[in-house]
Design a protein around this ligand. Structure first.
Ligand code: NAD
Length: 392
């Protein structure tokens, strides 16, 4: 860190180019996140971050390339990238030529920023693309995150990070080796209602948490989609949306579970759910004594996060979708601004990348791996009928 700072100071002075007046200006401390403060001084066009990347040029936005132009890219990420301040849609990776044509026209993407899965690695030579956002089926995340890192780009990877903890570790290692940052698509960590319940729980505003109920499920449509195939999805609703309930219990308590028990429901549509679970339940126990109970399902809609504390309660419902989220406490409603989750997430990640700051741990690969490890433990508990000890 010391080296990084002195290097950034040298870069700062070199880029300012002159003597005394430059020295009287405040030096940037990347660790202190002075990005916004210094932006007002108008000095940004003169600076680079510790990676040598231009820092906060007026109007400078990081170029993002979306990999996989399915539902989430098309309906949420690309529209959000029209609103973002710190990043823009610069490129696409798709195996479907018709989609490439449509996206180039719609978003004014130059042909040289369009790749398919074979030409993907050539992104390494494209200066217009700073960040690769992997939005593919779960089992493909590992390969494309590793290739993105090897191409020398920062990476955002959708949740669940991968289908095994080992794959998560490979992704973390590849990014570390390339000296690039890896963010997970944890949009809710930038969302105001969610941040507020994290605060209420972690600061024990209503006293210690005794019990959490966190559940997320929906009725799935097309039974032929990859989400119903174990090899591609890693599992059923637990991998897809149950992960939000796992996150919810962890971020309101601010604790890591020490044991888990879990149960599969009987299948009501066995023909449809041949490879993955239909509905399941699990219970975490936390070091403080708090317990949580969760449900996830592909046949029943449910979406809530409730915490019962010694001196009151708080809840979000809806709690995990694209919003608007709604919240209440035992003292009254939770009032927070309604935001575009995807724009907040990408802007938040890119703000740190532009400033050369390390991303907060709770949105990175380490957090993604912790969740995938817990998802596997939940399956193990349900399959064995045993309480699984999660203490390392
Ligand atoms: P989708 O099926 O709509 O899109 C997947 C894309 O991958 C498609 O464009 C498809 O053509 C492409 N693809 C490439 N190779 C493929 C292959 N071999 N098989 C299937 N598709 C292939 O899926 P989606 O809903 O966009 O989900 C993509 C990822 O985003 C998943 O990891 C999912 O969990 C995640 N997601 C996150 C959120 C969120 O709120 N953060 C919401 C939805 C999806």
């Amino acid at each position: 860190m010391k080296n990084q700072q002195s290097n950034s100071r040298r870069t700062f002075l070199r880029n300012l180019g002159t003597g005394a007046s430059a020295l009287s200006l405040p030096l940037l401390g990347y660790a202190d996140n002075q990005f916004v403060q210094n932006e007002t001084s108008g000095l940004y066009s003169l600076l680079t971050n510790p990676n040598g990347e231009p820092l906060g040029q007026p109007g400078r936005k990081l170029g993002i390339a979306l990999v996989g132009l399915g539902y989430y890219s098309k309906n949420l990420l690309a529209p959000a990238l029209q609103e973002t301040k710190n990043c823009r849609l610069a490129g696409i990776v798709t195996g479907t030529p018709a989609k490439a044509e449509e996206w180039m026209k719609k978003y004014n993407i130059p042909k040289e920023n369009v790749y398919d899965y074979k030409t993907f690695d050539r992104i390494a030579d494209n200066k217009d693309i700073d960040v690769i956002y992997v939005v593919l089926p779960n089992s493909m995340h590992e390969e494309y995150v590793v290739r993105a890192a090897q191409a020398g780009k920062h990476v955002i990877c959708e949740k669940p990070m991968a289908i095994t903890p080992k794959a998560c570790q490979n992704m973390i290692d590849a990014c570390k080796k390339a000296n690039k940052q890896l963010a997970i698509g944890y949009r809710l960590h930038y969302e105001p209602f969610t941040k507020e319940v994290m605060r209420l729980g972690q600061e024990k505003v209503f006293g210690p948490i005794k019990f959490v109920e966190a559940s997320d499920g929906f009725r799935i449509g097309d039974p032929t989609q990859w989400r119903m195939k174990k090899a591609m999805a890693g599992g059923g609703p637990l991998m897809d949306v149950g992960i939000y309930a796992v996150q919810g219990a962890r971020y309101v308590t601010g604790e890591e579970p020490i044991s888990v028990t879990a149960q599969f429901s009987p299948k009501t549509e066995p023909e449809k759910f041949k490879e993955v679970e239909e509905t399941m339940f699990w219970q975490f126990q936390f070091p403080s004594g708090a317990v949580s109970n969760s449900t996830t399902s592909y046949t029943a809609g449910v979406e809530r996060l409730y915490a019962s504390c010694e001196k009151g309660w708080f809840e979000l419902s809806p709690a995990f979708g694209y919003g608007p989220l709604k919240g209440r406490t035992s003292k009254g409603p939770i009032e927070q601004p309604v935001v575009n989750h995807q724009a907040m997430h990408m802007d938040g990640v890119c703000n740190d990348l532009l400033a050369g700051k390390k991303l907060p741990d709770h949105v990175t690969g380490g957090e993604g791996k912790r969740d995938v490890t817990l998802l596997q433990a939940i399956y193990q508990a349900a399959e064995t009928g045993k309480k699984i000890n999660l203490r390392a």
